[in-house]
Design a protein around this ligand. Structure first.
Ligand SMILES: [Zn+2]
Length: 187
């Protein structure tokens, strides 16, 4: 089940009308992550986008969510796809020097993956009180909590309209996606 055409058109035109405010240091990359999120949403899955960048803002891997856009793949969160891509690369900087930038606070699976992958920093645009794990990282098992000590966490430095767009992208179609997940469980 897809989100309504009206909502899709509205979010697309919001994205297209958004002027990136480059006074914010994460704005350009976050804009790109939102574009990935928008593409995912338009493809019928969750509107979340992620990328891994180095300290010069060079992007080493990027993806949107792909859980419901093709064959059902419960592991295809944007961050998981990004780490798959990154780890498949031959020449890449040490993961400790890289940052994960994601439009929505990572869930427990993706946060654990990021910590196991040894990423240096996790940056997200929008908090996820329902499913996010970054703000609950003190409740991880001890081994992961130790890894989390080696990782920096912060909210993305972006303009208010861009953060609002990321929030809307992450919420659009949630009901339809939930029904699709329930359908997967039953089939
Ligand atoms: Zn996730």
């Amino acid at each position: 089940m897809d989100i309504s055409d009206t909502l899709a058109a509205e979010l697309r035109s919001q994205f297209e009308g958004l002027e990136p405010d480059l006074r914010f240091r994460d704005e350009a990359q976050a804009m790109h992550a939102c574009e990935l999120a928008l593409q995912s949403l338009l493809a019928g899955t969750y509107g979340v986008g992620a990328l891994v960048m180095d300290d010069r803002h060079r992007v080493w891997a990027e993806s949107g969510n792909e859980v419901l856009s093709g064959r059902f793949d419960s592991a295809a969160h944007a961050e998981m796809r990004v780490f798959d891509q990154l780890e498949a690369r031959e020449n890449k900087p040490p993961s400790q020097t890289l940052s994960l930038l994601v439009t929505l606070e990572p869930c427990p699976m993706c946060l654990s993956r990021a910590l196991y992958a040894g990423i240096g920093e996790i940056i997200y645009l929008v908090e996820d009180g329902e499913g996010g794990m970054a703000h609950l990282r003190d409740h991880l098992p001890p081994a992961l909590r130790e890894l989390a000590q080696l990782c920096r966490f912060r909210r993305a430095d972006v303009s208010a309209p861009l953060r609002e767009l990321a929030r809307q992208l992450s919420r659009a179609g949630l009901q339809a996606h939930r029904e699709e997940l329930m359908h997967q469980r039953a089939s």
